[in-house]
Design a binder for this molecule. Structure first.
Ligand SMILES: [Zn+2]
Length: 469
C-alpha cells in the first residue's frame, strides 16, 4: 500500500520531467533511499514504525482525505528548475508513525523527525485552525510523511500529518502543491445501532452487566439513571433482574466507537419494579420517566453524599455524647472525612456558617415549604454562602466532625413547614409529572421503545450470545 502511495507522488514528477525512460530508475533509487533512511531513523531509537497497511482509519494511504481533491505534490522547489534538471528529483517521502507520550508537544515530536523550526511553526499554525495541538493526548497516533532533501541540503520537510482525534474525527495537515500547509477535518460517519442486554444479579449490578458482555460505559450510564430511585446498597438483592436498552455508535468498519445514552432501563427488585424511559421534553430537556410519566429526578435527594452508610437513623435514641434519650432530628451518614456533600435539591442557601453544636452548617430553602440542613461539615464548597442559589448536586461542603460530633459524619435534616421529618420516610414529591399533550407524546414514545425492544430481544435470543447487541 505504501509503495503505491509513493508511486502516486512520484508519477507526476516523472511526467513533468519529460524523461520517461529514466522514470523506473528514479522510483527504484527512491525506494532504496527510503529504505535506508527508515533504517537509520529506527536505529536512532525513535518511537515509530512503518505504518501497518490495511488498518482502518489509520495511515495516510487509508486517509479519507486522499479521496477528496488534494493537489498532488509535484515539486519541492521552483518547478522550472526541475524541468531543466531532472536529476533534482527527490526520493519518495517516507512513512513514519509516532504515538504521543505524556508530556509530548507537537513541536518536540517534529523536532525528533528533524523538521526545522520555521516549518514546524507553519504546521502548528495551520493545524490550529481545525485542532488545537495542545489537545493532543497520550495515545494519539500520528502518521507522518517526511521528505528527505537532496544533498547538500539537510533539512527534512513534512509532507503530511494524519491522525484520529477522537472516535468521530480524523485530522490531517497536508502540504499542497505550492508548499503551503492545509489542515483538514473529516467527520466520520457513525452509525447508530440499538443494543439490548439483560441479566440476573448475583453479586452486583455492574458485575451482572459485565458478565452479559455489556460495555462498561453503558453500565455506568444505567447505574446513573437508576441512582435517583434505587439505593444500590440496600435495595438490590441476589436474583434481582435487570434489562438495558441503549445506543451504540459504530464507525464505518463496524467497531464500537462510542456508547450512546440509555433508552430504557428496567430493574426488577424483590418488592418493586423500576422501569425508566428516556424522553425529550418539548423544552428540549432530556429526562427519564417511569411508566406513568413521572420524572425520576427527585425533588430532594434522600442521600446527599456518595458511598455513605447510615450510622444513625431518625427518631428517639440515646445521645452518644449527652448520654440521655433525645429525638434525633435527622439521619447520620458515616463517610470518610472530606467526602463531598451535595445540595439535596434546587434552592437558596439560608445559612452557611459555624452554628453551635452543629459545627459548620448549611441550610437550604427549597420550594413547597421544604428545607434541608447539613451539619458537622469539614468546610464549605466553593462559593457557598448565604443568599446564593444552588442547583441539586452542587457541592455545598465536605464531611467532617465539627461541632458536637464523635467522628466524621454528615447529619442531614429535612424540614417541612418548620417541622423535622424523616428524610427516608416521607414521600418527598418528585420533579416532573408529564400531563396533557406531553404525556400523550411520552406514551407514543414509550410504545415505540417497547416495540423495538421486543424485536431486539428476539434477535438476541436467536443469535448466540457471542454477537451480543
Ligand atoms: Zn445526627
Amino acid at each position: 500500500m505504501s509503495q503505491l502511495n509513493k508511486f502516486k507522488i512520484s508519477l507526476p514528477l516523472a511526467k513533468n520531467s519529460a524523461n520517461w525512460r529514466h522514470w523506473w530508475i528514479y522510483v527504484g533509487l527512491g525506494l532504496a533511499l527510503s529504505i535506508s533512511i527508515s533504517g537509520n531513523l529506527c536505529a536512532a531509537d525513535l518511537k515509530f514504525s512503518e505504518s501497518e497497511p490495511g488498518e482502518p482509519g489509520v495511515g495516510w494511504q487509508n486517509s479519507p482525505f486522499l479521496k477528496s481533491e488534494i493537489p498532488l505534490i509535484t515539486s519541492w522547489g521552483d518547478p522550472n528548475d526541475e524541468e531543466k534538471e531532472p536529476k533534482n528529483l527527490l526520493p519518495p517521502p517516507i512513512d513514519a508513525q509516532y504515538t504521543i507520550a505524556p508530556g509530548d508537544t507537537l513541536r518536540q515530536v517534529l523536532a525528533k523527525f528533524d523538521i526545522g523550526r520555521i516549518e514546524t511553526a507553519r504546521v502548528i499554525k495551520s493545524l490550529s485552525k481545525t485542532f488545537k495541538p495542545r489537545n493532543l493526548r497520550p495515545g494519539h497516533r500520528l502518521i507522518l510523511q517526511i521528505q528527505s532533501p537532496l544533498p547538500p541540503e539537510t533539512q527534512k520537510k513534512l509532507v503530511s500529518i494524519d491522525f484520529t482525534a477522537d472516535a468521530k474525527t480524523d485530522i490531517a495537515v497536508i502540504r499542497d502543491g505550492r508548499g503551503d500547509f492545509v489542515a483538514q477535518r473529516h467527520n466520520r460517519e457513525l452509525g447508530r445501532r440499538l443494543a439490548y442486554g439483560e441479566g440476573i444479579i448475583t453479586s452486583s449490578l455492574y458485575q451482572a452487566g459485565t458478565d452479559e458482555g455489556i460495555p462498561a460505559r453503558a453500565l455506568i450510564n444505567m447505574i446513573k439513571v437508576f441512582s435517583f430511585d434505587v439505593d444500590f446498597q440496600r435495595d438490590i438483592q441476589q436474583n434481582d433482574e435487570f434489562a438495558l436498552f441503549y445506543e451504540r455508535l459504530t464507525d464505518e468498519t463496524g467497531t464500537i466507537a462510542e456508547i450512546g445514552p440509555v433508552i430504557f432501563a428496567r430493574l426488577k427488585l424483590r418488592r418493586r419494579e423500576v422501569k425508566l424511559y428516556r424522553f425529550k421534553l418539548k423544552k428540549g430537556e432530556i429526562d427519564y420517566f417511569d411508566n406513568q410519566g413521572r420524572s425520576v429526578k427527585k425533588f430532594l435527594l434522600s442521600t446527599p453524599t456518595d458511598g455513605a452508610r447510615i450510622s444513625s437513623g431518625f427518631g428517639r435514641r440515646r445521645h452518644p455524647i449527652l448520654g440521655y434519650s433525645k429525638l434525633h432530628k435527622g439521619i447520620d451518614f458515616a463517610a470518610p472525612r472530606g467526602t463531598p456533600v451535595y445540595a439535596a435539591g434546587n434552592g437558596i442557601i439560608e445559612i452557611a456558617k459555624r452554628y453551635g453544636s452543629y459545627g459548620n452548617y448549611v441550610r437550604i430553602r427549597h420550594k413547597n415549604h421544604y428545607k434541608t440542613a447539613y451539619a458537622h461539615l469539614k468546610g464549605f464548597g466553593p462559593g457557598i454562602k448565604s443568599g446564593i442559589r444552588v442547583r441539586q448536586r452542587r457541592v455545598i461542603g465536605y464531611i467532617g466532625s465539627t461541632g458536637r460530633s464523635t467522628g466524621p459524619h454528615l447529619h442531614y435534616e429535612v424540614i417541612y413547614k418548620n417541622r423535622h421529618v424523616n428524610p427516608r420516610g416521607v414521600r418527598i414529591p418528585t420533579g416532573i409529572q408529564l400531563a396533557g399533550k406531553e404525556y400523550k407524546r411520552f406514551k407514543a414514545e414509550r410504545k415505540k421503545i417497547d416495540r423495538s425492544m421486543i424485536v431486539l430481544r428476539k434477535k438476541n435470543a436467536t443469535d448466540t450470545k457471542i454477537d451480543n447487541y
